[in-house]
Design a protein around this ligand. Structure first.
Ligand code: NDP
Length: 437
């Protein structure tokens, strides 16, 4: 068992508690209000505000769709399909990074196969008239509502499992029920030996639903209008390129903070099960009823700029991964990399060695890769133009999330690497934006 999670929090206890409680209570209604505004209130925050002002709490309760049997069936079939693909599709064995307790999780890298099978199956179901994706769009409110409650129950299951049947020694309680529920208890919870719960929630359910919903919005606009506006095409293409990149690099994702440092609790699992399908896809949700004609030139410009940002973001992740994989021997931007050889101590007291790259993208700023990530999100949103603020909510949320994440990661690395991290900060002084921050 590892030490208390309280030691992991980077903000003051009062800020930590306030943010945990407000996220626990505000995120679920926010998902419903966003869906309502996008699909019923013409994308206008002002319309929703006026409705709530006139109808009060009862009006809010009335607009919240109840979970339905149909929504349960859609979610259950999708989840079971993804779980089966995760377990059954072949893929090479890959190893995650050494955990704080000194464990090394083993995965089956079959993300690209699962992604292709999912999208081909979904389009084929539509093409052959077996299942029309517009059903998903038409029942989206019920689906989100069901996901909200279902995922809360799932997080309670994670909490109980963490207490009673942890899968590895990378688990532990902070002694505080709210922190345990919110941040989670287990780092690598599994069902049996092979079914990794975080790979399922984060990748195969959450990220996969992003691609599935992007296609759903596109198909809905086509079925509604008999054509797809270029704005929707740019949005869908960029989101699909982004998710394709994600699955292409999925084994790399298993080395990142989400998997290697954040435990399975409300924050990461509820976030991936509900927040990703609803908030991350929201620019596409908006475009369904707001087709914009950009014209070929502007559409192409946005598309190319977005793809370039996604590529740079991918290349940053790839560069770091290759650097570690080759033990600092591969070339970075055509030259031998500059690096810091760091050592650290695991919670079990072992001393380990690690390398920090200080050239290439990682020499520009310590989290430069967040810049193209944010810009890519801007480019798949900007086809909505500027009639309404709400489509931009995701970009703003992502910016806040990543700036906070950069601070959390810096603090964690400072604790882990001590003087070596200080040396890295001296060599690469900017946190995210070179020359500015
Ligand atoms: P990173 O890929 O930035 O990984 C951070 C870890 O990398 C650190 O904890 C440290 O881990 C290691 N590291 C830090 N600096 C160096 C260096 N100079 N050389 C070698 N290793 C280093 O984590 P993220 O999870 O934040 O990002 C992964 C990807 O996911 C990015 O593309 C990001 O944009 C994306 N992302 C997207 C989000 C979204 O909601 N759309 C949210 C978050 C991320 P160690 O302990 O191993 O040294």
């Amino acid at each position: 068992m590892v030490e208390s999670k309280n030691s992991d929090t980077v903000h003051s206890p009062i800020v930590t508690y306030a943010s945990m409680l407000s996220l626990l209570t505000l995120c679920p209604p926010f998902v419903i209000l966003l869906w309502y505004t996008m699909t019923v209130a013409d994308g206008s925050v002002f319309n929703t505000f006026e409705y709530l002002n006139n109808n009060g709490l009862q009006g809010f309760l009335n607009l919240w769709p109840k979970p339905t049997l149909l929504a349960c069936k859609i979610i259950a079939v999708y989840a079971a399909f993804e779980a089966a693909l995760q377990l059954l599709l072949p893929g090479p064995t890959v190893y995650g990074p050494i955990s704080p307790a000194g464990n090394r999780p083993v995965y089956k890298a079959n993300g690209v196969a699962a992604y292709l099978v999912t999208l081909l199956t979904y389009v084929a179901l539509w093409w052959f008239g077996i299942f029309n994706p517009t059903i998903v769009y038409d029942h989206l409110g019920e689906i989100y509502s069901t996901l909200i409650f279902g995922s809360l129950i799932f997080c309670i299951f994670l909490y109980i499992k963490g207490h009673l049947a942890p899968s590895s020694t990378d688990s532990g309680s902070s002694g505080n029920i709210i922190i345990d529920f919110y941040w989670g208890m287990e780092l690598y919870p599994r069902i049996g030996k092979y079914f990794d719960i975080k790979v399922f929630t984060n990748c195969r359910f959450g990220m996969m639903s992003w691609a599935v919903l992007a296609l759903t919005y596109c198909i809905k606009q086509y079925e509604e209008n008999g054509k797809v506006a270029d704005s929707m095409l740019v949005n869908t293409t960029l989101m699909l390129v982004y998710v394709t990149k994600f699955f292409w690099w999925e084994a790399g994702y298993w080395n990142t903070m989400d998997i290697a440092h954040d435990r399975a609790g409300f924050y990461i699992c509820w976030g991936c099960l509900v927040w990703v399908p609803s908030i991350y896809t929201s620019p596409g949700m908006y475009l369904v009823n707001h087709p914009v004609n950009l014209g070929t030139q502007l559409a192409l410009f946005i598309l190319v700029a977005g793809i370039l940002c996604i590529y740079i973001n991918y290349d940053c992740d790839r560069q770091r991964q290759e650097f570690r994989r080759t033990n600092g021997k591969g070339l970075v931007w055509g030259k031998a990399p500059s690096k810091i050889e760091a050592s650290y101590t695991t919670t079990s007291g072992e001393t380990k060695r690690s390398l920090l790259l200080t050239s290439g993208w990682w020499g520009l700023a310590r989290h430069f890769h967040y810049v193209p990530e944010i810009l890519a999100a801007f480019f798949w949103t900007v086809p909505a133009l500027f009639n309404h603020f709400l489509p931009y909510f995701y970009v703003i949320f992502l910016t806040i999330l990543l700036f906070d994440r950069a601070k959390r990661d810096d603090d964690r690395c400072r604790t882990k690497y001590g003087k070596y991290w200080k040396l890295y900060c001296d060599r690469v002084p900017y946190r995210i934006i070179p020359g500015i921050y």
